[in-house]
Design a protein around this ligand. Sequence first.
Ligand SMILES: Cc1ncc(COP(=O)(O)O)c(C=O)c1O
Length: 289
Amino acid sequence: MSRIAYVNGRYLPLAEAQVRVEDRGFQFGDGVYEVVYIHRGRFLDEDRHLDRLHRSLGELRIDWPVKREVLGGILREVVSRNRLRGAALAYIQITRGAARREHVFPPPTSPTLVVTARALPPYPRDPDSWATRIITGPDQRWARCDIKSVNLLPNVLAKQAAREAGAFEMAMIDSDGMVTECASSNIWIVDASGHLRTRALGHEILPGCTRGALAALLGDEKLTLSETAFSLDELRGAREVFITSATSFVRPITAIDGAPVADGAVGPVTRKLFSAFARHAKGDLPNEV
Ligand SMILES: Cc1ncc(COP(=O)(O)O)c(C=O)c1O
């Protein structure tokens, strides 16, 4: 069965789904996006994602292409038309629309809305097999990383560098030697003193929906979070490291730049948070997909 995409009011086979050559997303990267995890038809942290989409659009002064409730309906229709009954991902892309190429905002245009979805492998069973490695490198992005823009070139290069080094992600380091986040995930540590830390929200990082959802679960786990930036040295000296995103969930990091994190095994806090987030992701639904 061919995959179905939604483009500006139409549901089309993926191969026929198109945006215009003068779309500002293509010409300038003038657009925003969201990625939402779906577990058996349930959109995880949907409100957080749509709130962040609203904020990204507002920061770039792009209008909502359809009402928020309508977008919710389109998401469900795309999932249904693609017969995605298990674990899946939905992508929403909104650009400022198509107009004669000029940097300045064009006269009012209709924003472009694209929604696609695809199946994902089943939710990871255990944190040990889900653990992975990262490398570190300079953060080469712009000064508004809090906007989930489709401009992802530095992230693409960082992720490619990681892949070529046999790692999954790159932790990016700012000009002060402090860790911002990874190319497509937020990063957390249990520092050498045992404090759970992740960088505070600001223009330097994306306000991850998984970060927010996990932070809201910490009270139940009797854990407190310190939202303070940590240095590359602190990252290297951490007892535990993990990353969060809509596709990584809580993913343990057991090696950095080829050196083990602590003893190289998944630590107790990461283990606990992996389980807490798995419960959150699966809701009341039994078993894995
Ligand atoms: C740069 C960056 N940071 C963090 C995240 C994690 O955000 P979320 O948890 O909403 O997926 C992402 C996700 O794509 C990202 O691209």
